[in-house]
Design a protein around this ligand. Structure first.
Ligand SMILES: *Cc1c(COP(=O)(O)O)cnc(C)c1O
Length: 387
């Protein structure tokens, strides 16, 4: 069986450094808000290119803390509207509604699956205070039109960078493109811990300070509480683990890119719609073009898609998945039900987002792990083309 993502093998490939890092924390006798978190925050901020990184408990908390801090700062108020893609993992929307803000869902571009920049402006009202973009599947969702709108309407731009650690937009990394970004280090993400972990990245001194305080019971000085805070801290053990894994992230993303390139070049089954990517000018760029052959590119390539997921579409998606399972290829669906169709969002159930719904009916995620062997990749392609 070719696994969708062999997490054990991935983490084994970081040994013995991973176990040493864990042991170092055990031996230190210090488990929260210590040196490992401080160093990881510095290293990740430097990696992303922001002034601040605040380690928190998970990716959802990173996102909801950003909004909570804007509420505390008086820059947003309950009931304000936040633009967000309809086609996303539910966490993006939970972060908004958890703060009693109003999500305004926008259809994706059917080619990139990211928010359609040209469907946003018609939904902006006097109550719109922010916009969240989600770099879905690892593909940069930034676009010149998004920049124009945030400037014109004075909107806070929040990035959901959970799936795109290491991704570039021009010469900047995602996670540094807006006012603040939520990052997730859930074990299956491109940079994953051995448990839950997350971080906010931002250049905003005041926002960073408020988020750090809220995440620690709303307290800067022990037992003095400035805000009705949360307990959302990054563990020393997770920080130590992430410090071992961060230096290999660009390399691993490069390997994902090579696998994606192989899939794009060799999947020829006419029923399958392959993913497309676009360059920073916002033009469509079919990755299968010969001028995009990876072997001619340097290792320091600035990827605008880090291939957290390699997602194809097929009209008979469920049949295809069944066929691949029978042929020992494990696949997953990201995601089977869109947020506006979930029981949790009854108030959104009557809305129609035909493109989002079509995507959810047709998508299938192929195995893409930096450790897949060439032989395994060939087998995946063979099975897909045989379908
Ligand atoms: C994983 C993910 C999150 C949430 O991260 P957690 O660490 O699991 O809380 C948020 N948004 C997107 C798009 C994600 O994929």
């Amino acid at each position: 069986m070719i696994k969708f993502l062999d997490l054990k093998a991935i983490n084994d490939s970081f040994e013995p450094e991973l176990s040493c890092a864990i042991q170092r924390v055990v031996d230190s006798g210090w488990y929260l808000l210590g040196n490992e978190v401080k160093l990881f925050e510095q290293e990740y901020a430097q990696f992303i290119g922001t002034k601040h990184c605040i380690g928190v408990a998970n990716g959802l908390d990173a996102l909801r803390l950003i909004f909570k801090a804007y509420l505390e700062l008086g820059l947003m108020n309950e009931g304000d509207e936040i633009i967000v893609p309809a086609n996303t993992f539910i966490a993006s929307i939970l972060a908004i509604t958890d703060n009693r803000l109003e999500p305004v869902l926008i259809e994706p571009d059917i080619n990139t699956y990211d928010i359609d920049p040209f469907k946003i402006e018609e939904k902006i009202t006097s109550r719109t205070k922010g916009m969240m973009i989600v770099h879905l599947y690892g593909q940069n969702a930034m676009h010149p039109e998004i920049k124009r709108l945030t400037k014109k309407y004075n909107l806070k731009l929040i990035e959901d960078n959970a799936q795109a650690q290491g991704c570039y937009f021009g010469d900047k990394r995602t996670g540094s493109l807006g006012d603040a970004a939520g990052n997730s280090f859930y074990p299956g993400k491109n940079l994953g811990g051995l448990g839950d972990a997350g971080a906010v990245t931002t250049d905003d001194d005041e926002l960073a300070d408020v988020i750090r305080t809220i995440a620690n019971y709303g307290s800067k000085v022990k037992y003095q509480n400035l805000y009705k805070g949360l307990n959302s801290r990054l563990d020393e053990i997770q920080a130590a683990i992430l410090r071992v894994k961060l230096p290999r992230l660009d390399y691993d993303n490069q390997r994902r890119h090579m696998i994606a390139q192989y899939y794009l070049d060799h999947i020829t089954n006419p029923g399958i719609i392959l993913p497309q990517t676009r360059n920073v000018k916002g033009e469509m760029l079919n990755m299968a073009q010969p001028n995009q052959v990876l072997s001619s590119l340097p290792l320091a390539l600035r990827l605008d898609h880090v291939w957290h997921l390699f997602v194809i579409r097929h009209k008979r998606r469920d049949d295809l998945q069944k066929y691949l399972t029978e042929n020992d290829v494990q696949t997953l669906i990201h995601y089977p039900t869109p947020p506006h169709r979930q029981a949790a969002y009854k108030e959104l159930n009557t809305l129609n987002f035909p493109i989002t719904e079509q995507i959810h009916r047709e998508v299938l995620s192929l195995p893409i792990s930096p450790l897949l062997t060439d032989l395994e990749i060939e087998e995946v392609v063979g099975s897909i083309n045989d379908f």
